[in-house]
Design a protein around this ligand. Structure first.
Ligand code: DC
Length: 225
């Protein structure tokens, strides 16, 4: 049987950094479900659809296929036979992903793919609803968060390194908006699963967070026998 670790939390809490590193150290697959939602968002943007145009979205999704594969341990998203991985981090795509992911058809499109990956592989899967909905029986569940101010600071540094000029106020507002959207949608909203370990990374190093997760993994491995 495969071993599953679910990591949920708000945008900018460090989920992908932590999950990628922990997956490498444990020899697990890292499954980034946000990238899947971003791929659908990119597809919808290319078709100039608004996130609330449910019927159009439903029609368009019928002509869309999404697969993932791994190159040197890095997840690649293949949409309609095109590798779109490099196009998914744009701000516009992230915002569209947050809005369009509230659509039940969008979520339905990805659910089986996510569950199949977890059934067939040892995975660390990150997202918003992994511990609460996608993998309710995950062996380890983590809710990783950090204060809005800390997440904004990290985002500011990241954008600056990429040469993108912005200001803290705009970033903080974007983060608050994204949190609101992700936590208040009707289906599978972002929330901490009852049996998830809460980790607030505001004042923690990446290594400290990693160690907490690896400890939880070892505990759970003992229980599993
Ligand atoms: O983690 P991320 O920023 O790449 O995710 C982009 C958006 O996708 C996020 O704002 C909400 C949505 N998402 C979701 O609804 N459920 C998931 N499991 C992962 C992401």
């Amino acid at each position: 049987m495969s071993f599953n670790i679910a990591i949920d939390g708000p945008a900018g809490a460090g989920k992908s950094t932590i999950a990628r590193a922990a997956a490498r150290s444990l020899g697990f697959l890292y499954v980034d479900t946000g990238a899947m939602y971003r791929a659908i968002a990119l597809y919808l943007l290319r078709h100039h659809v608004q996130p609330d145009e449910s019927e159009k979205i439903e029609e368009l999704l019928k002509d869309m296929t999404i697969r993932i594969n791994y190159v040197n341990g890095e997840q690649q998203i293949i949409m309609n036979n095109e590798n779109v991985t490099g196009l998914l981090r744009a701000e516009e795509v992230g915002n569209m992903a947050s809005r369009s992911s509230a659509n039940p058809k969008v979520r339905e499109k990805l659910l089986q793919l996510q569950r199949d990956l977890a059934r067939d592989n040892d995975v660390i899967m990150d997202g918003r609803d992994i511990g609460t909905f996608v993998l309710p029986n995950a062996d380890v569940k983590v809710y990783l968060t950090a204060s809005v101010e800390e997440r904004a600071k990290r985002r500011y540094v990241e954008l600056k390194e990429k040469g993108i000029e912005t200001d803290m106020e705009t970033i903080e507002k974007d983060i608050r908006d994204r949190d609101y959207q992700d936590m208040n949608r009707t289906i599978a909203p972002l929330k901490q699963a009852e049996d998830a370990i809460l980790i607030d990374s505001s004042k923690m190093t990446i290594k400290e967070v990693m160690d907490r997760i690896v400890d939880a993994f070892q505990e759970s491995l003992k229980l599993k026998g």
